[in-house]
Every structure is written in structure tokens, then in C-alpha cells.
Design a protein around this ligand. Structure first.
Ligand code: NAG
Ligand code: NAG
Ligand code: NAG
Ligand code: NAG
Length: 302
């Protein structure tokens, strides 16, 4: 199987095919920037070299198995020829997803040509997987229905179809009032999923990640979507909320009224100095009696 061969042998090797070229510097940091089946080859160029000359680049690719034959040079296909940019879009080349390719890039001025810089690229192993192209969340009678649209290839083909049964979705869901780290997870191959046994009248958030189970690739998460579950709240919950509201109301009422009550029942009278020395007394009707005792005690001491 092509894919298996790719996985057993392939690591993004950097090979230098040199000899027989001028001394123009090669492009550096050649890498593939990929998402689903969009492939863009990128490289750097040290600007200080050949400062006064126009430098252009040529990128080519070949299926690796062809290089096992003689005279395979003719099978290299050029994608970008003498371009000024430091990237080349290979999306249109329609590389087979399970294929193994060699890609190479060369710098060129009117007088000199650099050696090629070559990398190995297996889309199945190296290409990044995209998140679902859309996620919709519906509240259905106390449950949550998640509708997931597959990530799409450059030709709008489903990546799920391309990866067949290796493809799955990793769903995270959590109460909005809590942190996403506390999320519950759900693995599925379905595009419509219903979350049940949720709290009623509660906001939930959901995000989804695409996964390739075989190559252990996973996409970034989709945007987070939140919605509130419907359904009747249980009576005990309604009662609890009522009770909490009532207690809060009473508390604030009392807090507001307290200074008023204090002024009414405890007018600010200038007390004699020796009474003020008595510590810890509180201004209530009852305490007035205690105060008299304390005053007596203080007088006894004196
Ligand atoms: C290649 O990448 C390295 C590390 O990111 C960087 O330091 C270097 O400048 C890059 N080369 C060029 C020619 O930009
Ligand atoms: C670039 O051109 C300037 C004059 O236009 C010259 O002095 C300089 O040596 C040239 N540099 C290179 C790298 O050829
Ligand atoms: C190098 O690039 C120039 C354009 O900058 C082009 O005219 C020339 O044919 C190229 N040479 C090779 C060997 O590709
Ligand atoms: C893919 O779908 C998008 C949006 O529906 C559309 O704009 C684009 O042209 C399509 N591309 C191809 C290659 O069919």
C-alpha cells in the first residue's frame, strides 16, 4: 500500500542534489505549507547575495517511484518557472494524496544557476488537516444537536471521503459558566451528533476538531459555538432560585435599613467621659441596661 510505504520510509528529508552548477547560493529553508490538499512550497533567499541581479526561482516535482528508473530527469514537472516570488503553489498540480513526491527548487540569475534543494513530501503524512468547514449548534427539546460539515479539499471534495474510515471528529462540550478545560469529549465519525442528558435552560459551548486516526494528525479546533438548552426547569431548581433571590433581597433591604434603625433607636448623645471609657458596648435598647451596670462597676472601681 502506497500510504504504508510512505509512512515507513518518509520523513521530510533534505537532500542536496548538487554538482555541475554555478556558485549561486541555493534557496534556504525549503518547506511545504499545506492544509488539506492545498500545497504551497516556500523558501528563503539570502538577499545579500547577487544584490544587483534579478534572481528568479524554478520549482519542480516528480513521483518518487519514477526516480528508480534510468533517465528519470525528463519526468520532473515544472510548476513555477523563473518566478520572482519565494513560494510556489502546487495545489493545481493535483498531487495524489497517498503519493510520495520529491520537490525541488533552484535559484537563477541571468549569469548563474544554483544547485537544486530537494525535499520529500507525502501529503498523507505531512499535509495539515483542516478543521470542519462549519459547525452548527441547535437546541432541540433539552438536547443539543451538532451539525458538522466536513473540511474540504481544494476541489471541494470532502476530506472525510478522501481519508475514508480513518477520519473522525473529536467534539468537546462544556457549560459556558465553566472553563473549556473541564470539557467532556466525544469521538464520532458522524456529521450529526445529539448531546443528551444535559442540564436544562443552561448555556453550553461546543468545538470540534478533525482527526486522522491512522497518522495521528489532528486539526486545530473549529470556532466555539454556544447555545442554551431548552426545556422546563425542575421544580426544586425553581424553588432554590426563588429562595436565593429572597435571601438576597432581605439582605440588601436590611443593609439599607440598618443606619436608619440605628439613628432611630440610638440617638447620638454626648456621654460623660468615664462612660465612654467602657469598651465593647453596643447601642441597643437591651445594652443600655448593661451599660448602666458597667457604669456602676466602673464607679465602684474608682
Ligand atoms: C532560515 O531559517 C532560519 C531559522 O528560522 C533563519 O535564521 C534564517 O535566516 C533563514 N534563512 C533565510 C535565508 O532567511
Ligand atoms: C552592485 O552595484 C554597485 C554599483 O551599482 C557596485 O558598486 C557593487 O559592487 C555591486 N555589487 C555586487 C555584489 O555586484
Ligand atoms: C534565468 O532567469 C532568467 C530571467 O531572470 C531567464 O531569462 C533565464 O533563461 C534563466 N536561466 C535558466 C537557466 O533558467
Ligand atoms: C468550492 O466552493 C466554493 C464555495 O462554495 C466556491 O467559491 C469555489 O469556487 C469552489 N471551488 C471549486 C474548485 O469547485
Amino acid at each position: 500500500m502506497t500510504a504504508l510505504r510512505c509512512f515507513s520510509v518518509c520523513s521530510l528529508l533534505l537532500l542536496n542534489a548538487s554538482a555541475g552548477f554555478g556558485d549561486l547560493r541555493r534557496p534556504e529553508n525549503v518547506s511545504m505549507d499545506s492544509l488539506n490538499t492545498r500545497y504551497v512550497l516556500r523558501w528563503d533567499w539570502p538577499h545579500e547575495t547577487a544584490a544587483n541581479q534579478t534572481v528568479t526561482f524554478t520549482a519542480q516535482y516528480i513521483q518518487e517511484f519514477r526516480t528508480q528508473k534510468k533517465n528519470y530527469e525528463k519526468y520532473w514537472k515544472s510548476v513555477c518557472v523563473n518566478v520572482l516570488e519565494h513560494h510556489c503553489d502546487l495545489t493545481g498540480a493535483a498531487l495524489h494524496y497517498l503519493g510520495i513526491y520529491l520537490l525541488r527548487v533552484q535559484a537563477n540569475t541571468s549569469q548563474q544557476t544554483s544547485g537544486w534543494v530537494q525535499i520529500r513530501f507525502c501529503p498523507d503524512k505531512h499535509a495539515a488537516l483542516g478543521p470542519p468547514s462549519s459547525v452548527t449548534l441547535n437546541s432541540v427539546e433539552g438536547d443539543l444537536e451538532i451539525i458538522i460539515t466536513d473540511p474540504l479539499s481544494s476541489t471541494n471534495q470532502s476530506m472525510k471521503t478522501l481519508l475514508d474510515n480513518r477520519f473522525s471528529y473529536h467534539i468537546q462540550y462544556w457549560r459556558r459558566s465553566e472553563e473549556p478545560q473541564t470539557a467532556k469529549v466525544l469521538e464520532t465519525k458522524n456529521n450529526v451528533v445529539t448531546l443528551t442528558e444535559l442540564d436544562r435552560q443552561t448555556w453550553y459551548c461546543v468545538r470540534v476538531q478533525s482527526r486522522d486516526d491512522f497518522s495521528e494528525k489532528s486539526s486545530v479546533f473549529s470556532d466555539t459555538h454556544c447555545t442554551r438548552t431548552e426545556g422546563q426547569m425542575p421544580y426544586w431548581q425553581i424553588f432554590l432560585y426563588f429562595l436565593i433571590s429572597l435571601l438576597l433581597l432581605l439582605y440588601f433591604c436590611f443593609k439599607k435599613m440598618f443606619p436608619l434603625l440605628k439613628n432611630t433607636f440610638c440617638p447620638a448623645i454626648q456621654l460623660p467621659d468615664h462612660i465612654q471609657e467602657v469598651k465593647g458596648w453596643k447601642c441597643t435598647k437591651i445594652k443600655w441596661h448593661q451599660l448602666n451596670h458597667s457604669t456602676a462597676a466602673a464607679e465602684v472601681k474608682l
